[in-house]
Design a protein around this ligand. Structure first.
Ligand code: ZN
Length: 132
């Protein structure tokens, strides 16, 4: 995937979620069709850590079921880096288990920046985020 399209409201929803959990990392799922995000789903970070995230398995499963039952697909996974970096960490590469866009929200000088990445075979490439 070369780009991911989301609305300003969806981006603000993600930022509000990760900001309210900082300095801990926060995470969630992006459901949609093709490269267009339709819904942002929050999932609790079971790790309760400032440097890693583990999606709560029960919340993750119920989010997957919701996505299925609404005829959508999992197209992205987002999480925060409250103290940076703006790019994927070595842990993110090891943990990347889905063929989806990984959106990282990094806090840089008190504002949040979002970037998208495709992670495959231990490498990553930037995926443009189109904000409507
Ligand atoms: Zn990360």
């Amino acid at each position: 995937m070369h780009s991911l399209t989301l609305t300003k409201e969806q981006l603000q929803k993600m930022i509000a979620h990760v900001n309210s959990h900082a300095p801990l990392e926060a995470c969630g799922l992006l459901a949609g069709r093709g490269s267009k995000v339709e819904t942002v789903l929050m999932v609790a970070n079971q790790a309760q850590s400032p440097i890693r995230y583990v999606m709560d398995p029960i919340e993750q499963l119920s989010a997957f079921e919701w996505i299925d039952s609404n005829g959508l697909e999992l197209i992205g996974i987002f999480h925060s880096h409250p103290t940076g970096p703006e790019t994927v960490s070595p842990t993110d590469i090891v943990q990347a288990a889905y063929a989806v866009v990984y959106v990282i929200l990094a806090r840089v000088e008190n504002s949040w920046r979002a970037r998208g990445f495709w992670i495959e075979d231990g490498k990553y490439n930037e995926v443009g985020l189109q904000i409507l």
